[in-house]
Every structure is written in C-alpha cells, then in structure tokens.
Design a protein around this ligand. Structure first.
Ligand code: ADP
Length: 647
C-alpha cells in the first residue's frame, strides 16, 4: 500500500519542528549546566578562603579550648555549604591532622593518629603558600573539585593548609530543578507542533489528494472531472488543465471508437469475402486438377508426349494455385479466429518423409540436395498432424524458394530436453534473413525486400500461418543463421510414450470385390468421378450416391467397408446424416470419412467421423485415409501384424 501524502507531510513537519525544539532545549540545558558549574566552583573557592582561617584557628586552639568548640566550628562549616563533601587539615609536610571522614565525632578521638597523604602531588601542594584548585575524578566518589587554602599565623608562619573536597553531585539536580519549567514548556510546544502539523498537512495535501483521486478515476474509465480545488495557485491551474485534457481525450476516444467500429465491420467483410472467394475457387479447381491428372495418366485415352508436357505445366500451376488459395483460406480462418487444433500422437519422422517426398521432384529439378535427417527411435509427438503438415510444407517451400539452384536444404527431427520433446528443423543455404528482419517475417504480408519478392513470388502469408499454428501448439518458432550462410527455422513439440501410429499407416490393399466396398455420398458428380477412379485403381469397389436419402439407403443395404461423406448435400446436412448413421445399428460401426470444402473438422470428429479431409483432396491422401480407415476396422480382426506389410 502506498503511504498517504497527508501522513508524510505531518511526519515531516513534526520531525523538523521536533528536531529544532530539541536542539534549542539541548543548547539551553548545556549552557545552564556550564553556568551552574562555574557558579559552584566560584562559590567553593570563596567559601574555602573565608572558612579556612577559622577552622585552623580552632584546630590550633584544640588542645586549649577543648574539642567541643572545634567540633562546633567544623559542623557549622560543613553545613554551610551543601556541596562540601569532605575537609582535611594538613600540616605543611602533608600529614593529615584532621579528616572529616575519619573523625565524624571529634569528641571520641581526642588525639587522632597522624598519617601522611598517599598522593605525592597533594603532599607537595600542602606546603604551597598560595591557594589552588583542581578538578579530579576519584574512583568510587566521582567528579570532585579540590580546593587548597593555606593558613598563616598572625606573625606569618604557615603551619597548615585546609583541603576542601567539593562534589558536583547536586549540580544536575539543581539544573533540572531550575529548568523544570522550560522542559514542560518544550513538551507542550512539541504536542502543539504535532497537532498543528497534522492539520497543516491535511490542508496542504487535500488538493493534491483531490487531484490524485480525479486522475485515478479518469484512468479507471469513469467520466470524472476534478472539482473543488480553489487554492488559487499552480495546483488549481493543474486541475483545470487536467479537466481540459480529459475533455479532449474523451472526444478523441469517441472518434476513435466510431472509426474502429467501421474498420472492424470492413475487416470482417473483407475476411468473409476472402473465405467465400477461396471456397468458390477450390471446388472447380479440385475437379480441374483431378481430370488433368487422369488425362496425364492416360486413363481417358492415350496422350502424346507433347500433350503430357503441357499437362505437366497445367498440374504444376494448379498445384501452385491450390497452395495460394489454401493459404488465403487458412489466413481468413485465422483472421476469424477459427484455427482450432486437435492433437493426437503421430510419428514426426513419417510426416517429415511424406512432406519431403512431396517436394522432392521440385528439388531434383533444381539440383537442390534435399536431405531428410530423422534420428532413429524418435518418440511420437503430440500435435495436429494436418496443421503441422502445413507448417512443414510452408517452411520447406520457402527453403527451396530462397535457395539457389544446386543448393542444399535439410529437414529433420531429433529428441530434445532429455527425450521429453522432439526438435524439428528446416534449414537451407539460401539467401538468408538479416537479423533486423527476423522479428517481422512472421507478420502477415511481410516480405523482406521488394526485389526478392518479385523474383521469388509469394504473398507473405506462409510464415504468419506457420506461426499461428505453432502458437496454437504452444511451440515457439526460432529463426537462426545457418553456419556458412542460409537460414534455419526450428521448433519443438512434446513427445509422448505411446507408439499408436506405428504400423497402421500403410496396410494391405483390398482385392476389388464387394468386401472392400466404399460408399461415396457427394452431390458433385465430378468429385464422385475422381473418387471412383482413384480408389478403384487401388482395388476399392466404389458405390456412389448424390443425395443423403440415397446414400442412407445404400449404406443400410450394402453395409460398406467405408463411407465417404460430403457435408453440403442437397436434401440434408451431411453432419446430420452422419449422426443418423451412427445411431442405426447396421451402420453404427462403419467408418465415415468426411471430404468437404467446409472445414467443420471438430464437429465432424465429435460426431464420430474417423477422418476429416478438406477439398481439394490430394489423391494420395485419400487413398491413405481410406487405407487407414480400413486398417482400423480390419486391425481389430486381423491384428497389427498384418499392418505395415507394404510399408
Ligand atoms: P512468402 O514466402 O509468401 O513471401 P512467407 O511468410 O512465407 O511469405 O515469408 C515471408 C518472408 O520471409 C519471405 O518473403 C522472405 O523474405 C523471408 N523468408 C522466409 N523464409 C525464408 C528463407 N528460408 N530464406 C530466406 N528468406 C526467407
């Protein structure tokens, strides 16, 4: 918690005044003590000089007039001065003739034994004909003042000296007594000062506190202004300026909010348009690609070498177009916040091999050495296989794109963090990325330099998509220099212990009779044609339906091995049909594979689809998915030993 300004002010005021008062009163006491001591010493000397003659006369007459008289004189002398602690009468040679301590009752000691003083200095002073004084500290007694007063007989002989011992004990008491009033006054003043400080601090701090409250309120979004500061000084000016500033900010915020709303609407429209256009482009493109492939493979009649070369160009370009459209579609989905991932364990090494195989032809053509380096016994990773395929495809496409002909590209995976993660990298010895650009290459539409863009093509979305997919996996991507020039992209995924995927991926192809029947339900006859051709070639027996009702009837009648289902059907929603297929006992266990232009992956998988493919479908993936579905069904019957026979 913050300390309050008011408390702080009060503390400062009180402390300052307190210190001042203490200094003044301390000085006062010190001066007073010094005065009192001087007074005591002056009095002591005067006292000694005026009483010594009387005392010595009495001593001289001691034997003549009797002890009684001497005792009277000593007693009255001692009582005259409260500071007199002790008195001694000494002979000039330092013998103690009388000591008030040793002879408290003189009557009882008529002839005290004589002794000399132990201190040679005092012995010497006993014979000194002048009066003297000296401050001393005597152990057990404390600070004392010694005053020596010589005694002379009328005719000038100097037989004795009197040594007076005065104490300072009463001094402090006397000073305190005399200063009692002053101390009371100081304490009273301190109390008054504290009270005044608190009230003064309150008054000084109040406008500042009001200012603070006002600013805090404004910060917290309340439409508050600072009121009530009438100090007629800079604080009032500050409050007024703040109020004006707050008004201005409020107006600007209102304007910005309106502009923002308009922008958001426009942005949504743009993204929707992008998504729609991409969908519209994908469907016809899928058919074009499929048929071009058939013609190329000679399935619609023989082709000449020249025609096949032309078809190669068509295929390459439709591939490129598909990639661009996919990227735009992915991007628009990400903009709409629809990127969802569904993680499951899979073999990263196998995925890397598959993606690398897809780009191998391109690399070979450009004499780029494409190396795959996957360490043995790599644990499966936990991630969304389809999305990570996109990541690897984008990184590998870039690596090839930005590497000159004859260069080197490597993609690999190895265990990291003691086997708890799998490190994946794609590196090249291409043009490299300057360090200052690295933070920005993941921004959408960002490309490092305009000339390169024209040379290499691309729309600047690949890495933005890569990053959002990896972000969804909580796997940050790093970009580094590759030693000797070029770039390395690196990320890591959590490893899992299970080996679920091994041996399931490739299986035995079916023999082409009704036991391997696949039912395809799709309203697009072109797509059905592609399915029939593709799966038929691999030994599947394909039956087709163009409506949901027809599909349901065929499924119930023939109990196919696998159902391929589109979501957009003329008479019924495909997901709804899927739900019904799951409910009916005769189709409840038939694997359903969805192939659609709409990505409703999560819902489809939730309803029980075994796979979800988004059109246009790569034919290899279709076969692979059909095989996988088949294996999953057959696997329980024939066991995993069958699987992997063709791998
Ligand atoms: P695109 O490749 O479509 O331009 P990306 O988002 O994939 O868009 O890449 C953004 C930019 O990052 C590229 O234009 C290029 O400048 C740079 N870049 C990406 N990968 C590499 C690489 N391997 N080597 C050099 N530059 C790269």
């Amino acid at each position: 918690m913050r300390r309050s300004l008011r408390k702080r002010f009060a503390l400062i005021f009180s402390a300052l005044t307190g210190v001042l008062l203490l200094v003044v009163s301390g000085t006062l006491i010190a001066v007073r003590v010094r005065d009192q001591r001087e007074l005591l010493e002056r009095n002591a000397q005067a006292f000694a000089l005026t009483t010594n003659t009387k005392l010595c006369d009495a001593l001289r007459l001691y034997y003549g007039s009797g002890s009684y008289k001497f005792r009277e004189i000593v007693r009255s002398t001692m009582s005259l001065n409260p500071d007199l602690h002790r008195l001694l009468i000494l002979s000039v040679s330092g013998e103690v003739l009388y000591d008030s301590f040793e002879s408290p009752d003189l009557m009882l000691v008529p002839d005290p034994p004589k002794r000399r003083l132990a201190d040679p200095d005092l012995v010497a002073r006993a014979g000194q004909p002048e009066p003297w004084n000296e401050r001393r500290t005597i152990p057990g007694v404390g600070k004392v003042l010694l005053v020596g007063a010589p005694y002379f007989e009328e005719w000038g002989r100097h037989p004795y000296s009197v040594l007076f011992v005065f104490t300072y004990d009463n001094l402090t008491e006397r000073v305190v007594r005399s200063l009692r009033g002053t101390i009371a006054l100081v304490l009273l003043a301190l109390a008054v000062v504290a009270a005044v400080s608190v009230s003064l601090a309150g008054r000084v701090a109040r406008p500042i506190l009001q200012l603070t409250e006002g600013v805090r309120g404004f910060m917290e979004g309340q439409d508050r202004r600072i009121r009530g500061i009438q100090t007629d000084d800079e604080l009032q000016e500050l409050a007024e300026t703040f109020n004006q500033m707050a008004d201005r900010i409020q107006q600007q915020v209102a304007k910005l909010e309106t502009a923002n709303r308009e922008l958001a609407t426009l942005d949504r429209m743009k993204t929707d348009l992008l998504a729609n256009v991409s969908h519209e482009l994908r469907t016809p493109l899928a058919a074009i690609r499929g048929y071009v492939e058939f013609i190329h493979e000679g399935q619609l009649g023989p082709t000449t070498e020249a025609q096949r070369k032309g078809l190669d160009v068509c295929l390459r370009n439709s591939e490129r177009l598909t990639k661009t459209i996919n990227m735009l579609l992915d991007f628009s989905r990400m903009e709409l916040g629809r990127v969802s991932i569904r993680t499951a364990p899979f073999q990263m090494g196998r995925l890397i091999a598959q993606v690398a195989a897809g780009t191998e032809a391109d690399a070979r053509k450009r004499r780029i050495q494409l190396r795959v380096r996957v360490e043995r016994d790599l644990k499966p990773v936990d991630g969304d296989r389809d999305r990570l395929t996109q990541v690897l495809e984008n990184l590998l496409t870039n690596a090839l794109k930005f590497t000159p002909d004859g260069g080197e590209v490597e993609v690999g995976a190895r265990p990291a963090d003691g086997g708890s993660r799998v490190d994946v990298w794609v590196s090249d010895n291409g043009i490299g990325i300057p360090p200052e650009e690295r933070a920005r290459i993941f921004d959408k539409f960002y490309q490092t330099d305009a000339t390169a863009t024209r040379k290499f093509g691309g729309i600047g979305l690949g890495l933005a998509i890569v990053k959002s997919i990896l972000d969804a996996h909580q796997a940050p991507i790093a970009v580094e220099d590759r030693p000797g020039g070029g770039t390395t992209f690196r990320f890591s995924l959590p490893a899992v212990e299970s080996r679920t995927e091994s041996g399931v991926f490739f299986g035995i192809f079916p023999a082409g009779h009704e036991a391997s029947e696949v039912l395809a339900i799709d309203d697009d006859p072109d797509f059905l044609g592609i399915i029939r051709e593709t799966l038929g070639k691999h030994g599947f027996f394909v039956r087709t339906a163009t409506t949901a009702a027809e599909g349901l009837a065929l499924a119930r009648e023939h109990a196919p091995l696998l159902i391929l289902l589109d979501i957009k059907l003329p008479d019924r929603d495909g997901l709804d049909l899927l739900h019904e297929l799951r409910q009916r006992p005769e189709t409840a266990r038939t694997p359903v594979l969805i192939a659609s232009v709409v990505d409703e992956r999560l819902e489809g998988l939730r309803l029980g689809a075994v796979e979800y493919l988004v059109k246009p479908i790569d034919r290899a993936r279709l076969v692979e998915a059909a095989l996988r579905a088949l294996n999953e069904r057959g696997g329980s019957a024939s066991g995993p030993a069958d699987a992997g026979a063709r791998a």
